[in-house]
Design a binder for this molecule. Structure first.
Ligand code: SF4
Length: 131
C-alpha cells in the first residue's frame, strides 16, 4: 500500500474519523423498566435515588410565569410563594433546620428542586443551595 497516495490517505483519515465517531456516539437503547416506564441507556444517579425513595424533593416556590392547562400544582401551591421539603412546609428559605430534619427523616441521599418555576424566585433557590 502506498501511504503517499492522496486518495488512500484520505480514505484512511475517513476510516479513522468514522471509528472515533462510533466510539463516541454509542447507540441509544430504549429499555423498559420494571417501574412502568422506559429509559435510554442507564438512569442518572438522581433517578436511581428517586426509585429508592432516597431523594428529597425541595419545592422552591409555587410562583410560575406560565399557565399550562395541565399544571398539576394544588391550589395551596399554585402561584403562592411557599416552600416545601417533600410535603413538609418550611417557614421560608432560611428554615434549614426543618429541611435538614426532613432529609434525615426520609433518609435522602440527594435532592431535586422543583416548583412552580424554581428560578422565578432565584434568591430563594440560591439561599437553599448555600447549605
Ligand atoms: S408549574 Fe409547570 S406545569 Fe404549572 S404552569 Fe408552571 S410550567 Fe406549567
Amino acid at each position: 500500500m502506498n501511504d503517499n497516495n492522496p486518495k488512500i490517505k484520505r480514505e484512511n483519515q475517513l476510516i479513522k474519523i468514522r471509528k472515533q465517531h462510533q466510539d463516541y456516539y454509542q447507540p441509544i437503547e430504549m429499555i423498559k423498566t420494571k417501574y412502568f416506564s422506559w429509559k435510554l441507556n442507564n438512569l442518572a444517579a438522581g433517578c436511581n435515588q428517586c426509585i429508592l425513595g432516597r431523594k428529597l424533593v425541595v419545592f422552591v416556590t409555587g410562583i410560575c410565569p406560565k399557565d399550562c392547562f395541565y399544571c398539576p400544582l394544588s391550589e395551596q401551591k399554585k402561584n403562592n410563594d411557599v416552600i416545601f421539603a417533600n410535603e413538609r412546609p418550611l417557614r421560608d428559605e432560611d428554615d434549614i433546620d426543618a429541611l435538614i430534619d426532613e432529609a434525615a427523616l426520609s433518609k435522602s441521599w440527594g435532592a431535586g428542586f422543583t416548583g412552580g418555576d424554581p428560578l422565578a424566585e432565584s434568591t430563594g433557590l440560591a439561599n437553599i443551595l448555600r447549605y
